[in-house]
Design a protein around this ligand. Structure first.
Ligand SMILES: [Zn+2]
Length: 86
């Protein structure tokens, strides 16, 4: 009989395009993080009911792969630059 430890691995999946990244051999610290060059897009907001009263946390989070991160930054910067009145 032999016993072999199988290292823990974490599979990250981009919330937009579905790209995957497998992180192996990370002893736990990686679980609440993200792969190198990936990003977490987070919009913190409150959800309101039909009468306008705050009723819940409406925060939106998207885990983005490297490519989607780059595209999101471009789109956000383009939008913000166009809207800014300087
Ligand atoms: Zn992606």
């Amino acid at each position: 009989m032999s016993i072999t430890e199988i290292p823990r691995a974490f599979l990250y999946k981009c919330d937009v395009c579905g790209a995957e990244h497998i992180q192996e051999g990370a002893s736990g610290y990686y679980t609440n993080s993200r792969p190198p060059h990936w990003a977490m897009l987070r919009i913190e907001q409150t959800a309101y009911d039909y009468q306008g009263a705050a009723c819940a946390d409406g925060t939106i989070e998207r885990l983005l792969c490297d490519a989607c991160r780059g595209e999101a930054i471009k789109v956000i910067n383009k939008w913000a630059t166009r809207k800014m009145k300087v």
